[in-house]
Design a protein around this ligand. Structure first.
Ligand code: GLA
Length: 381
């Protein structure tokens, strides 16, 4: 737990408000494998991490709510009894969106003050947005005794993202952030919302992230487009979601899809198989196999699903040249953010240095290595 961040958020709250706040930690997530499978009712393999959002929150008696984002040094005011959901920009949409979705369930949300800050860079593909949404919903659930279950809370967070942020995301990020288990990754079946926890101990190996420090425009619309292709194909097949399709099934509707869209849905079916195969490999302790599946995932994301970018591909190609790295791939929605690498512990320091140098030379700005610990989900501090 980042005690400095907790202190910073608490102090900022004390400066602006006179009450004693409830403090919440809500983590970001990584994902070992299973990308763009969640909204196809498939399998994903995420874990909550020790980086995320700290929020201080308390009821407000002033007749309005105040939200302060300390990292951006911005304040936003609203009234929960007369919520204006038009023209919400940037982070306001996450906060107000969560309140609006909670109210849609018939819950009474009073006014509140919230101060939050984080230690995951925005756009890093580590789900700072899900962390923020979960901290808000967890906070108001606690303050106003709303009696929401954790599962109801993540559905609220997801709906806020759909309806106020405009990204038709799956449930992976919100789930991992809320239900994370220390030292574990969760093999989540996105259809049943049941997860099998895997204690992660890669022995001589570990996970290492590199943030490309880029987030390309259009990533949100490209995300929604991909989802639409998947849903359209499922409809053509007369099934609920691509989770239920095999590659042979896809052949039956091939002539009704463009060649590009066909590749996209093939990717989804293959990635869903890879995620399940990864679980088998992990149970056997077969890290070489796991690494191959991770490389396969990137290959599909790059060439079939087409959600990668030069910066991500460059880092994965560098990893492939290094025999101490068993697997690497882009992580999250794509078009920027992080790569995740399965690397020998003794090779970490070296690879950090060489990758940052090569990347900087190529792109004129640095990438940032991150080592993360797997943490519990959203909780009271
Ligand atoms: C984003 C979304 C998730 C998931 C990933 C891709 O992080 O929020 O729901 O679809 O992209 O796997």
């Amino acid at each position: 737990m980042d005690t400095k961040l907790i202190q910073k958020v608490s102090e900022s709250f004390a400066k602006s408000f006179s009450s004693e706040p409830v403090l919440i930690y809500s983590p970001g997530r990584i994902n070992i494998i299973g990308e763009h499978t969640d909204y196809n009712a498939g399998f994903v393999f995420p874990a909550a991490i020790d980086k995320g959002i700290v929020a201080a929150i308390q009821k407000s008696e002033s007749g309005q709510s105040t939200a302060i984002a300390i990292d951006m040094n911005e304040t936003y005011q609203f009234d929960t009894t007369n919520l204006d959901t038009e023209n919400l920009s940037s982070w306001h949409a996450y906060v107000v969106g969560v309140v609006a979705e909670t109210q849609k369930l018939g819950k009474t949300v009073g006014n509140f003050d919230i101060v939050f800050g984080g230690n995951i860079p925005d756009g890093a593909g580590m789900s700072s947005s899900a962390a923020l949404e979960n901290s808000v919903v967890f906070g108001i659930n606690t303050l106003f005794d709303l009696g929401l279950t954790k599962y109801e809370m993540i559905l609220i967070s997801q709906a806020a993202e759909h309806n106020y942020v405009g990204v038709k995301c799956g449930i992976m990020d919100q789930y991992a952030s809320m239900f994370g288990i220390k030292n574990s990754a969760l093999l989540l079946d996105c259809r049943t919302a049941q997860a099998e926890p895997f204690t992660i101990d890669f022995k001589d190996y570990q996970l290492l992230l590199f943030n490309t420090n880029v987030k390309h425009k259009l990533s949100d619309s490209a995300y929604n487009d991909r989802r639409a292709v998947c849903e359209k194909t499922a409809e053509l097949l007369g099934i609920d979601a691509l989770r239920d399709a095999t590659e042979a099934d896809l052949e039956k509707v091939k002539d009704q899809l463009s060649a590009e869209d066909f590749q996209k849905v093939v990717y989804v079916v293959q990635e869903n198989n890879r995620a399940q195969a990864a679980a088998v490999a992990m149970k056997k302790g077969d890290l070489v196999e796991l690494g191959q599946l991770i490389y396969g995932s990137h290959n599909g994301l790059q060439h079939q699903y087409k959600v990668s970018c030069d910066e991500l591909d460059f880092l994965v190609d560098l990893a492939k040249e290094n025999s101490d790295i068993l697997g690497a791939r882009m992580m999250g929605g794509g078009f920027g953010g992080c790569t995740i690498n399965l690397i020998k512990k003794t090779a970490v320091a070296d690879f950090k240095e060489t990758a940052v140098a090569a990347y900087t030379e190529k792109f004129g700005h640095a990438c940032s290595p991150y080592e993360v610990a797997l943490s519990d989900g959203t909780n009271l501090i």
